[in-house]
Design a protein around this ligand. Structure first.
Ligand code: MN
Length: 484
């Protein structure tokens, strides 16, 4: 059992990443929650309050702000003690009370096996997240600690929690780009869903630890001279093994652990984007690349913000090495996901104008699904993740809009502003004039040209793909008395 962090531990950790922020509120939340939970115990026999400290500690791993840390300490007070939301509003602030309320709401949801209820619960969850993303960060931290201490729960409850975690919370963490938490939740669930298989894979992975370490050292040694010669500032890390993903691979290919090509996973972390491409060139000059394995998620990021260059090479001894190349900043985004963007939004690091755009899929999803009555359709839609079919297009001032694949300049114009759409006369993409049927690629920079007396035409409807653009065009045409 991990010792729960004490108040000085927590304050010290917070000060490390937020030296200028006042910690008085955290101290107050700590004492308040400790007092509220004073008569409660966990299944492990420990004071209940230790759970709250662990949750706050996990939130600090993501360098979150003081309000979120307070809400983490207080997250179970309303549900499990006599404390009310009014108390929290009075003693702390509206934001903290609102976050605790969101977490409490999600905890009430029962993820049963019927489609109807599952869909309804998904909806509620997404709405809470859309209101304040920090709610889900607290919930994920809460679930992570509960999964770490699941051994104290009765066996049926273990299986149920594990199932809920792997089918709901892990995918959500992935969708929010929080890969560290996602992997953690998957492996913890796997351990309770398939205990024997888990132990088996774990011990086989551990048996090969020394081999993998040696392979990593060889890789570093082979690459070091070339990197030094090019003056490339970087660090090389081995990737931890995800037991659950090994299990999935075995299932997918119907094979045993021994039959799986046990590849070495390596990350090269550089300072700048150009250095990523230079590192790629160096890797390919030292090792033989395996054809068809190269993917550039830097030029074309995934919708969950993931960015890296992927390539697979063969070592001189015939080992397969899977390589991810990324900058320090991309690496942080991969670990923190949406939490990293929350910090940017607070202005601690820098303004991230793109934050809202990046979580806009949640809002869009809720809107799209409002009329969808068939739960099966909703679930299937969510699983195939239509939102991954999004592309990102930039304005000349580097604002970003995400649009469905197949979108055209008129969609982009209306995505910026109704006025821009209504007065559209043309578009320049990457400094070239394009036709109205131009299909965007992610990374395109588009400038919309407008004219004061420009106005929507009927044939625009042939090119407009988004509901937003189409409804504005139709509204205008109807206002001119045109039949549609
Ligand atoms: Mn809790």
């Amino acid at each position: 059992m991990n010792q729960a962090p004490t108040l000085p531990d927590l304050l010290k950790k917070f000060k490390e990443y937020s030296p200028k922020q006042d910690t008085a509120l955290i101290e107050k939340a700590y004492n308040f929650a400790q007092n509220a939970h004073k008569d409660q115990k966990r299944e492990s026999g420990e004071p209940y309050f230790t759970h709250c400290c662990h949750v706050a500690n996990i939130l600090m791993d993501f360098n979150l702000d003081a309000d979120t840390i307070c809400a983490g300490l207080l997250h179970d007070t309303v549900e499990d003690t006599g404390v009310t939301l009014d108390d929290l509003r009075r003693e702390f602030n509206k934001e903290i009370a609102h976050m605790v309320q969101g977490v409490t709401k999600i905890s009430d949801l029962k993820f049963s096996s019927t489609d109807e209820e599952t869909v309804e619960n998904w909806r509620k969850m997404l709405i809470a997240v859309a209101e304040d993303v920090r709610v889900i960060l607290i919930k994920l931290a809460d679930r992570t600690h509960n999964m770490r201490t699941l051994e104290y729960m009765p066996p049926e409850k273990q299986k149920f929690k594990a199932y809920e975690t792997i089918s709901l919370y892990a995918p959500l963490a992935q969708r929010l780009g929080m890969f560290t938490i996602k992997t953690d939740l998957e492996d913890l669930s796997f351990k309770y869903l398939h205990p024997e298989l888990y132990q088996d894979i774990k011990s086989q992975v551990e048996a090969r630890t020394a081999d993998r370490q040696a392979a990593l050292e060889q890789f570093k040694a082979a690459l070091a001279p070339a990197l030094a010669k090019e003056n490339l500032d970087s660090r090389i890390l081995a990737r931890a093994k995800n037991y659950y993903s090994i299990y999935r691979k075995m299932q997918l290919h119907h094979c045993t652990f021994a039959e799986i090509q046990d590849s070495l996973g390596v990350r090269i972390i550089t300072k700048t984007i150009p250095d990523c491409y230079r590192a790629l060139g160096i890797v390919h000059s030292v090792f033989k690349p395996i054809a068809g394995t190269f993917t550039d998620y830097i030029a074309t990021p995934k919708a969950n913000m993931y960015q890296s260059i992927h390539t697979t090479v063969l070592s001189p001894t015939g080992d397969i090495i899977e390589i991810q190349i990324r900058t320090e900043e991309m690496h942080k985004t991969c670990e923190y996901g949406i939490a990293a963007h929350w910090r940017y939004k607070l202005g601690n690091v820098k303004q991230d104008k793109n934050f809202d755009e990046k979580i806009s899929w949640i809002r869009r999803w809720i809107e799209w699904q409002q009329d969808l009555t068939a739960p099966r359709e909703f679930l299937e839609g969510f699983k195939t993740d239509v939102n991954l079919q999004q592309i990102f297009v930039f304005t000349p001032r580097a604002d970003v809009k995400s649009l469905p694949v197949g979108s055209t300049p008129i969609d982009f114009a209306y995505a910026i502003h109704t006025d821009i759409g209504d007065h559209y006369v043309g578009a320049r993409v990457n400094n070239r004039m394009v036709r109205m049927d131009y299909n965007f690629k992610t990374g395109d920079v588009c400038e919309i040209i407008t004219r004061k007396n420009g106005e929507p035409k009927r044939d625009w409807l042939e090119f407009a793909k988004t509901a937003n653009a189409r409804s504005h065009i139709k509204r205008f045409l109807r206002s001119k008395g045109m039949d549609l």
